[in-house]
Design a protein around this ligand. Structure first.
Ligand code: ZN
Length: 420
């Protein structure tokens, strides 16, 4: 009998303690409403009707492409609201031209960053994971390669590894975005002038503490014929006009946001400044810069809104800075794009719609533990010569042709632009 009373007392005490604990530390309960998902079979024609481009009379001397990886319209809207409410005016609001971009890949409604970057840079649809190659695996000519032949300065900036899908899709050719040894080597061998981001490990052999299995020391090679910057301090104190290519590798893999690392804005400002100097000092034709807010996508994969807000805020600073730059002159085209949406971000109804509400409820509409890319169209914002061709509903492959029309690549003779 005593034993039973003892058990009963322990049970009552445990329940009381649990209720008290829950009351003090109420867990966040995430309700997932039952959904009926539907699978439908579709006709997936591979044919893309090429868009009739508007002829651009006044050509762009320079081009800046900013890519928010994984940044859909809801990411931009949620950022705006979190930053200062629904009427807050962001840099995105200042663009005179906007468009919507279809981003499916060659054989999948949901693209990855590799196929999407390849579409932007070469005008062809390819398979997910493919970089700078068509769906058969054959190399295609990239916008950076065309511009390098025409005497342009080219710069690539990312907050991921510089060997990651987006910057790689603009610069190299490989049938897998995961062949990082080959990608880093191809990037070194490419003639691009400025490469900034993380990914130092893919330039250093395993025996020297890096991750290269082939034991080629690309960092030694960079130090031999280029300028290597490895910290924010080195980047900020570098003030001369460069007579060599510049590699800024600030983290072992993606940027981890330590104090030693520059921000995307630091890297972008540096690249813009150096590109201008390189053009002026060497009589080059102009410059092309692609800068990516890479980790907006990573935050979407992690379904982490705080992380995404910080990444969006940093990307937004770059958009604002670039917009100010192009507004101060009339020879530079600026395009802000995304490659796909990540996470299925939703801005949900917080309370009943009839009641006034001053809070925002955000949720992610993809797998609970890890968000995935979604198949929605993404926005494009443009300003400057040729911006008109990035309006309306366009395909991601149209970006390449609109870029060529804006710059007038077919009218520019081939030219060597050697740094002195
Ligand atoms: Zn992406």
């Amino acid at each position: 009998m005593n034993q039973i009373i003892k058990y009963l007392l322990v049970a009552i005490l445990s329940i009381a303690l649990t209720i008290f604990y829950l009351d003090q530390h109420a867990p966040i309960i995430v309700e997932v409403p039952e959904k009926t998902s539907q699978r439908m079979s579709i006709e997936f024609s591979k044919e893309i009707e090429r868009r009739q481009l508007q002829k651009i009379e006044k050509k762009a001397k320079n081009v800046i492409v900013l890519i928010g990886d994984g940044m859909g319209i809801n990411q931009i809207t949620a950022y705006k609201i979190a930053k200062g409410g629904p009427n807050y005016s962001t840099a995105f609001d200042q663009f005179p031209f906007t468009g919507l971009v279809k981003v499916h890949s060659f054989d999948n409604l949901i693209t990855d960053s590799a196929a999407s970057a390849t579409a932007f840079s070469s005008g062809i649809k390819t398979k997910n994971r493919y970089l700078g190659v068509d769906s058969n695996g054959d190399e295609v000519e990239l916008i950076t390669e065309i511009l390098l032949q025409k005497g342009f300065i080219t710069g690539l900036v990312a907050t991921s590894e510089i060997t990651h899908a987006t910057p790689a899709g603009f610069t190299i050719h490989n049938i897998s975005r995961y062949n990082t040894d080959e990608i880093a080597k191809s990037m070194y061998e490419s003639k691009n002038h400025i490469l900034m981001g993380g990914g130092k490990d893919f330039f250093i052999p395993e025996s020297k503490g890096g991750q290269r299995e082939d034991e080629i020391n690309l960092l030694d090679m960079i130090n031999n014929d280029g300028i290597y910057l490895d910290s924010k301090e080195a980047l900020m104190s570098f003030d001369s006009g460069a007579s060599k290519r510049i590699f800024g590798l600030f983290a072992k893999e993606g940027l981890i946001r330590s104090e030693d690392e520059p921000s995307l804005l630091d890297m972008f400002k540096f690249t813009l400044d150096q590109s201008k100097k390189m053009v002026d000092q060497n009589g080059c034709s102009g410059f092309f810069i692609m800068a990516e807010g890479s980790q907006i996508d990573w935050a979407g994969h992690e379904n982490d809104f705080d992380y995404q807000y910080k990444e969006m805020d940093e990307f937004h600073d770059v958009v604002g800075h670039a917009l100010e730059f192009v507004q101060s002159r009339d020879d530079t085209l600026l395009i802000v794009l995304s490659d796909h949406e990540t996470g299925g971000l939703l801005i949900e109804m917080d309370e009943l719609r009839r009641k006034p509400s001053s809070s925002m409820l955000v949720s992610w509409n993809t797998a609970l533990e890890e968000g995935t890319h979604t198949g929605t169209m993404i926005p494009a914002f443009s300003y400057g010569p040729g911006a008109i061709n990035f309006t309306g509903v366009i395909d991601n492959t149209d970006v390449f042709f609109s870029l060529k029309e804006a710059i007038g690549t077919s009218e520019i003779p081939n030219k060597e632009c050697t740094l002195n």
